[in-house]
Design a protein around this ligand. Structure first.
Ligand code: MD3
Ligand code: FE
Length: 220
């Protein structure tokens, strides 16, 4: 039996909820009990013969330091033609790998714990950070619908999350995101600027010198 079979239905009552601002909820350690299962799925999805990690190029011709892949019906991509969601992995020409049931269930339960019922993501972006890798301040606005929340899951090395406001110039809060943490962003925080500071060097027992982030979205 997999440990995800044991995820209690009443996880909500057992979860430490921390508010990061209006409609932004940090669920510390929410994914800890299924960490190894999540990492095994990431390894399978990103295997050389499936949808390997790649450093994408922005429309402004910058190569991103974060390596990315996707699973689910839609996957986020960027290239010279812009930022968008696609049904096929441009590397292979095939559909993105199916979203594992445990991913969908985790995202749905985290959203529910944060007060967003019936979240059914169709896209999961998988980000891989090595020491020095960063994600500059941006908004997530390539999705068809902004009323659904975004759920993010952190695995491996810790990161400093930069959480800004509705304008790029607004001051940012710095929040440590640790292995197993889940954050739910919805409502008024959905379009807030955010980013990840350059990852500090380190070694995590399960991931080595690396951080993974899963970002679940309703994109289509
Ligand atoms: C706040 N990823 O892939 S997840 C991204 O840790 C992205 O890899 C970061 O930002 C990472 O686009 C941060 C947390 C996150 C995701 C979406 C948000 C925070 C958000 C949307 C609105 C506000
Ligand atoms: Fe983002």
């Amino acid at each position: 039996m997999k440990r995800s079979d044991n995820l209690p239905e009443n996880l909500l009552a057992l979860t430490v909820k921390e508010s990061l601002g209006e409609e932004a909820v940090l669920l510390r350690g929410f994914a800890l009990s299924i960490d190894e299962e999540l990492l095994q799925h990431i390894a399978d999805i990103t295997a050389e013969t499936s949808a390997p990690f790649r450093q994408m190029v922005t429309p402004g011709d910058h190569t991103m330091s974060v390596a990315m892949s996707n699973c689910g019906n839609l996957g986020w991509v960027t290239d010279a033609n812009g930022y968008r969601y696609t049904r096929e992995d441009p590397l292979s020409g095939r559909a993105w790998p199916k979203m594992p049931a445990v991913f969908e269930q985790l995202a749905n339960r985290a959203a529910t714990a944060a007060g967003f019922n019936d979240f059914k993501p169709d896209a999961c972006l998988i980000n891989k950070y090595k020491p020095g890798t960063r994600l500059t301040l941006h908004q997530d606005k390539n999705e068809a619908c902004f009323s659904a929340p975004i759920v993010s899951v952190s695995l491996g090395l810790p990161a400093t999350f930069l959480f800004g406001g509705s304008e790029r110039s607004h001051k940012q809060k710095r929040i440590a995101l640790l292995h197993g943490d889940v954050v739910v962003w919805g409502g008024v925080s959905r379009l807030n600027y955010h980013g990840i500071a350059p990852l500090k060097a380190g070694v995590h027992p399960l991931t080595g010198a690396c951080r993974y982030n899963l970002t679940f979205r309703l994109a289509g």
